[in-house]
Write a protein that binds this ligand. Structure first.
Ligand code: F6R
Length: 248
């Protein structure tokens, strides 16, 4: 696992965008795995900034998002469809039919999960998967206890995850109880993994990511088994890890 230490959120975002842009430029039909949330927002802003300046082409890029809430309409302001449209897709002019998110409003969610897997496979597989990390170690919405063999599936969100995400909703109760997420085995099939972490609220989980055994009690630990994983974390997220190093 390669660890890149960034000074702060801004530097983390710039470094992450550089890695994504390198991928996009080296392979113009790259398949990107994308995430939502606060951590990756700055990275998307950097990609938009680059697009305005350099007109990097996304004409042949395909994207697959990790997850979507179950029961929210695509147009809902809190859906991940809306998040991606506003925070990235509409600003880099990627053809909408090349962007894929699980459909959380499908009547048959199980079939929707299988279909999502089939489209990923038909695309040739994900070249670079961008990940954030939950304070409980979730990746995508694979909560503690998720099977490492899981493919795209429906999950019940941990209460701590609903609470962490409630800042985007009018109240705690409005955060959907379920979501559709790419599975851990789907994530692990990506050719490269890029995980970002920022802020003191991630310091404990970043410490665990390096020091815990690989266990599905902390789903993110599985990425230690991937042959090409890069982590970019800022000083706040690294504070516990670096403190432990100083006293070692
Ligand atoms: C979202 C996702 C989640 C987030 C994680 C961190 O698509 O897959 O695993 O990456 O919950 O969220 P933030 O970045 O908001 O702390």
């Amino acid at each position: 696992m390669k660890l890149i230490e960034a000074k702060d959120y801004h530097e983390m975002s710039k470094l992450a965008a550089e890695i994504i842009l390198k991928q996009v430029k080296e392979k113009e039909d790259s398949v990107l795995g994308l995430a939502t949330g606060g951590t990756v927002l700055g990275t998307y802003q950097e990609l938009i900034h680059d697009f305005k300046k350099n007109k990097t082409s996304y004409d042949h890029i395909q994207t697959f998002n990790l997850d979507e809430y179950a029961g929210l309409k695509k147009e809902d302001p809190n859906s991940y469809h809306t998040y991606m449209k506003i925070n990235l897709f509409d600003n880099i002019y990627i053809p909408v039919e090349q962007t894929h998110l699980p459909n959380g409003e499908a009547s048959d969610l199980e079939e929707q999960c299988s279909a999502f897997e089939r489209i990923i496979e038909a695309s040739g597989g994900i070249d670079l998967q961008l990940l954030g990390i939950g304070q409980n170690g979730h990746i995508g919405f694979n909560e503690p206890g998720s099977s490492f063999d899981s493919k795209t599936h429906v999950v019940t969100l941990a209460e701590s995850t609903r609470k962490a995400n409630s800042c985007y909703f009018a109240s705690n109760e409005e955060v959907p109880a379920r979501a559709v997420t790419m599975g851990i085995s789907t994530i692990m099939k990506s050719k490269k993994i890029l995980l970002l972490a920022s802020g003191t609220q991630k310091a404990s989980i970043i410490y665990d990511l390096f020091h815990s055994e690989v266990t599905n009690a902390i789903p993110a630990t599985i990425i230690r088994k991937h042959a090409d994983t890069t982590i970019i974390a800022d000083q706040d997220a690294l504070s516990k890890l670096n403190q432990a190093k100083r006293y070692a």
